[in-house]
Design a binder for this molecule. Structure first.
Ligand code: HXC
Length: 508
């Protein structure tokens, strides 16, 4: 018996060395942790249970039959994060560069299937040279098997990808189909074709970092939701993040004990709106002062800063927050902000997370750039997302809610459950000056000024909308948290279903 155990132990120990000490040292020299070290940081201590430790590839080309490493370049299994079950895979760059063989893919598919069966999130730690070149088409088949599962899991269990090394070619499409992507600065990159191919095809000279590094994807492309400084930061962020999410679309988000009084008054919000309507203020402050303990986990903070998206809690329960940000482009809706918020709203709706919307929006951004790049189609995404969402929706208009953007931002007309306005709200078809210049075209400056004043007095307030029932109540800003907490309590058992359909046809 003890000989058998010794055999098992020596096999385990060999497998855990991955590609060997030299390659582990090389990984460390790049400032990266190994696949197993990463799982130790990600998961609760001692909670990781590995599967498929002994799986090997079956390739017999290019001398591969003599090069077998147990595990085949990916560590898979399950563990817990703050006590909640998650399934994980962690690609091991020390084994054939973390490249994906058919068996490597089969291991990833196995954890995804297991996660789907029990309803638990899948977290993928990506660090791979792409398709296992020696295997050719078998590897491509493996990728497609993973892709298919990413799609089936979408909206069923949360999927989070951490990019912690190379992720290139078709390999990018698995993370791209997961819900959120975190990238590590300087050591991770994602692109469909790398700098060499780009140079050959387009003559452009570009570095890996510029083409597809963490900053590029977190600011320009929005492929990534967050750029973290190093492996540890990324893994700890993933732990915090998962805490906000339900395990599946059949579960509620986890509840956390909350020391912050549900009815905490916040008098500073009564004066946060500047006297001049064109003066900005930081919507982060409104969000933080409303949420439990001021905690707001923002996603895509570097992309489309004119809209803020992220998670927080009210009375210990997760809410998704969407908010126009007057500090950036006056909080206008444009292509990027519409796409960013639409995807976020759809995630929240898929996973039963109530949506809290703070509105201060002067409208859609004018210009040929926006029009020619399809603001009609992209703006429609956000409208569509809010309109189809059946989760509790609470809206607070702090200042401007102009034009079509008023409708879009979770208005009553899109089945907003509770629509509040601060007394500073201005709900109108457009700003007073613009409106007057159109309807009183040709009037002199004094005439325009007088009419603008008249228009402001008539429309730059929440009461016209409230008189029609478009606003449920005009509330004291200091009572915002209390009103939202009460609203969410009321809406806990909200039941609303959309008509049966195979799926909708959101403007993509
Ligand atoms: C097999 C691979 C590999 C791969 C790396 N290795 N990529 N083995 N298949 N795709 C091995 C190397 O041979 C090496 O083995 C070890 O991993 C580390 O690689 P290095 O090149 O020494 O590391 P580094 O200098 O850090 O460069 C990393 C890299 C480079 C940039 C990822 O390895 C590289 O360019 N690899 C090829 C990338 C690629 O073209 N992949 C296929 C893309 S097509 P030893 O034994 O020396 O340690 C694709 C299609 C997917 O992915 C389609 C899905 C639909």
């Amino acid at each position: 018996m003890s000989a058998n155990i010794a055999e098992m132990e020596s096999r385990r120990a060999a497998a855990k060395m991955g590609g060997g000490q030299r390659r582990i040292d090389a990984q460390h020299a790049k400032g990266k942790l190994t696949a197993r070290e990463r799982l130790e940081v990600l998961l609760d201590e001692g909670s990781f249970e590995e599967m498929d430790l002994y799986v090997e590839h079956d390739c017999v080309d290019f001398g591969m039959q003599d090069q077998k490493i147990p595990g085949d370049g990916v560590v898979t299994g399950s563990g817990t994060i703050n006590g909640r079950l998650v399934y994980v895979f962690s690609q091991d760059f020390t084994v054939f560069g973390g490249s994906l063989s058919a068996r490597h893919a089969q291991k990833i598919c196995k954890v995804m299937d297991a996660a789907m069966k029990v309803g638990a999130p899948v977290i993928g730690l990506n660090d791979s040279g792409g398709a296992r070149i020696q295997e050719g088409v078998a590897s491509l088949g493996g990728y497609a098997d993973v892709f298919q599962r990413n799609v089936m899991a979408s909206g069923v269990v949360p999927q989070l990808s951490l990019i912690m090394g190379p992720c290139a070619g078709g390999a990018v499409y698995s993370p791209a189909m997961t819900d959120f992507i975190f990238m590590v600065k300087d050591s991770s990159y994602m692109f469909v074709t790398g700098p060499e191919v780009v140079k050959t095809v387009t003559n452009e000279i570009v570095t890996q970092e510029e083409l597809g590094g963490a900053i590029t994807h977190s600011s320009k492309t929005s492929v990534s939701d967050l750029a973290l400084e190093n492996d540890i930061e990324a893994l700890l962020a993933a732990r915090d993040f998962i805490d906000f999410l339900p395990s599946s679309n059949r579960d509620d988000a986890p509840e956390r004990p909350c020391a912050d009084a549900w009815d905490r008054m916040e008098p500073s919000l009564d004066t946060i709106i500047p006297p001049n309507a064109n003066q900005p203020y930081d919507m982060h402050e409104v969000i933080r002062k409303t949420l439990d303990e001021g905690e707001f986990f923002e996603v895509q903070p570097m992309h489309a800063g004119n809209i803020l998206c992220g998670f927080g809690r009210i009375e210990g329960k997760t809410v998704g927050v969407v908010a126009n940000q007057p500090m950036v482009l006056a909080g206008v809706l444009d292509i990027n902000s519409s796409k960013k918020a639409a995807r976020f709203v759809r995630f929240c709706d898929a996973f039963n997370i109530p949506i809290l919307t703070f509105v201060d929006v002067p409208g859609f951004l004018p210009g040929t750039d926006q029009e020619h790049n399809g603001i009609i189609k992209h703006g429609a995404k956000l409208l569509f997302a809010y309109a189809e969402a059946t989760v509790p929706k609470i809206t607070v208009i702090t200042r401007k809610a102009y034009g079509g953007a008023y409708d879009v931002m979770s208005s009553k007309h899109l089945r907003g459950d509770l629509n509040y306005a601060w007394p500073t709200a201005e709900i109108a078809v457009m700003g007073a000056k613009g409106a007057v210049e159109i309807i009183f075209r040709g009037q002199d400056v004094d005439g325009i000024a007088a009419k603008t004043k008249e228009y402001e007095d008539r429309f730059a307030n929440p009461f016209v909308a409230a008189s029609r029932g478009y606003i449920d109540e005009v509330i004291y800003p200091h009572s915002t948290r209390r009103r939202i907490a009460l609203g969410l309590r009321k809406l806990r058992n909200k039941a609303l279903e959309n008509p049966w359909k195979k799926h909708d046809n959101i403007p993509l």
